[in-house]
Design a protein around this ligand. Structure first.
Ligand SMILES: NC(=O)c1ccc[n+]([C@@H]2O[C@H](COP(=O)([O-])OP(=O)(O)OC[C@H]3O[C@@H](n4cnc5c(N)ncnc54)[C@H](O)[C@@H]3O)[C@@H](O)[C@H]2O)c1
Length: 473
């Protein structure tokens, strides 16, 4: 099932595998604002309908990638002469596509998580080394202006050597529920939220700290997305999925597949091809991932980290406190302040709000001005695309390779292993034989970092800092 590819510019050639909602970030970039930097030459999916829809969306912009069924992946690489493959298929398929692309001599850009188990991390890194090609992981969270600024503040020495981090992330019932509806809801597919979702968070911590975790112990519970909750909410008559569910009108964590054009065209219309239901009941007993997770980490540079993730919060956002030898940095973001009584996001949409406050030892707290963020994921998506497609500088080291992908996924993988043994500590090195670590970063991140003065005049972010009277914590 292929059509003739007509590259638009003779630039780097990309093939895209896995054509669900996330793939459209890359597809629309390469058929729109970034088309002069890359040619979208191939599309691949196991679902015929989604493949046809992606071809049609590209064609609307006069871009005509060739279309291939999942079984024809290697043929796609041959025929389209793609230089790089973008992997946006489900997590449990990443490792195979990454390794096959590398073996075929292609570079890879993959969505997070790099993969879902330790053996696949080892397999991917070995294949990358043998191939001499490059793997980039789409850690868009690093690119949001606020999180990049946090990295700059930590690197400046404003709070001195970092000793401890408290990190709490809340997913609300609108967004968090989505992981309990489809393939993510089974451990074997996604590694649960400690891998699928928290790989973003552990990558941020690794990048912020310039280090990797040495040891993890963890606990996981399923407190909300279970049959007892639905019964308690009076949803005794619920069905297996939201479509035609007798309790639909009374359920506030329902998904209406007819509600948007994207949901209809990408998912509802293509169920007949593979039986992929995007709207399974979030209270089903077959779900085996956790919705309440905590982990306790010790880093190679001796920083200790407390981590908490919940997936049924009344609002969405996060709070991170970095403790340092000469002060604290607190970052707080409200992505969505509340969910409406009918389960929908606020109407009208509430703007995302972030504060970044430094509280120096022996001094007043000051708040930093955060550069404006435009677009999804705190502005990270757009900035990441600009970098990925090769025409934006990366002074803060935001691009992440397979080592960064592996060492963030391994934290969740180790946390799952700890949960399976009732919370015993797990050493990451025991899972990661042969998996190179990202390059460690210099002071002020290392345990030997010397106390030194922080010269505020050297740092542009201090120019707009505003003294405040409250404490940062
Ligand atoms: N960075 C982010 O913020 C972010 C956000 C959303 C999703 N993601 C990631 O993007 C990926 C895709 O997520 P999604 O929500 O679009 O998923 P999805 O289920 O909506 O889409 C996956 C697509 O892959 C296809 N597929 C399934 N098995 C396949 C196979 N073996 N070969 C080829 N195609 C196959 C499906 O038919 C579907 O079209 C996931 O890895 C997810 O973690 C990242």
């Amino acid at each position: 099932m292929s059509v003739i590819a007509t590259p638009v510019s003779g630039a780097r050639r990309y093939a895209l595998v896995g054509l669900g909602v996330r793939s459209y970030l890359y597809l629309t970039a390469l058929t729109g604002p970034h088309r002069q930097y890359g040619d979208l030459v191939g599309l691949c999916d196991s679902n015929r309908g989604r493949l046809a829809r992606a071809v049609e969306v590209a064609a609307r912009q006069d871009v005509r990638p060739a279309a291939y069924a999942a079984g024809d992946f290697e043929r796609m690489l041959d025929e389209t002469q793609a230089d790089a493959v973008i992997v946006t298929s489900p997590d449990y398929t990443h490792a195979d596509y990454i390794v096959r692309a590398l073996k075929a001599g292609r570079d890879v850009i993959t969505e997070k998580p790099l993969t879902v188990d330790a053996a696949s991390c080892r397999r991917i890194l070995a294949a990358r080394k043998a191939s001499g090609r490059r793997v980039t992981v789409g850690f868009n969270y690093r690119y949001s202006p606020a999180r990049t600024l946090a990295k700059q503040v930590l690197a400046s020495g404003a709070i001195g050597r970092i000793t401890a981090v408290n990190f709490e992330w809340r997913l609300d019932t609108h967004h968090g529920a989505d992981y309990f509806r489809r393939w993510h809801r089974l451990m074997r597919n996604s590694g649960g939220l400690l891998v699928h979702k928290a790989t973003h968070h552990f990558d941020l911590i690794n990048w912020w700290l310039g280090s990797t975790a040495r040891e993890v112990s963890a606990e996981g519970r399923r407190a909300f997305y279970r049959p007892e909750t639905a019964d308690g909410l009076g949803l005794h008559d619920r069905g297996e999925r939201c479509a035609a569910c007798p309790a639909f009108a009374r359920c506030r964590v329902r998904l209406d597949l007819g509600a948007s054009r994207a949901l209809r065209e990408i998912y509802a219309s293509n169920e007949g091809h593979d039986g992929y239901f995007r709207d399974r009941c979030v209270f089903a007993s077959e779900i085996d991932i956790w919705d309440t997770m905590r982990a306790s980490l010790t880093y190679e540079n001796d920083v200790v980290v407390n981590y908490l993730l919940s997936a049924y919060a009344p609002g969405e956002g996060y709070r991170v406190v970095f403790h340092g030898e000469r002060g604290e940095l607190t970052m707080e973001t409200t992505e969505r302040p509340f969910v409406e009584p009918d389960g929908a996001p606020p109407r009208p949409a509430a703007p995302e709000e972030t504060t970044l406050v430094v509280q120096p030892l022996f001094g007043r707290a000051y708040e930093l001005r955060i550069p404006e963020a435009i677009g999804d994921h705190g502005g990270g998506d757009a900035l990441m695309l600009a970098h990925l497609f090769g025409h934006a500088p990366d002074p803060d080291g935001r691009a992440a390779d397979d080592r960064a992908g592996a060492w963030s996924a391994l934290v969740g993988i180790a946390a799952n292993a700890s949960i399976a043994t009732g919370g015993a500590p797990v050493k990451l090195a025991d899972l990661a034989d042969g998996v190179d670590r990202p390059d460690p970063e210099p002071a002020p991140f290392g345990p030997q970092a010397a106390w030194r003065d922080f010269d505020a005049a050297r740092y542009p972010f201090m120019a707009d800092a505003r003294q405040i009277s409250r404490s940062s914590t």
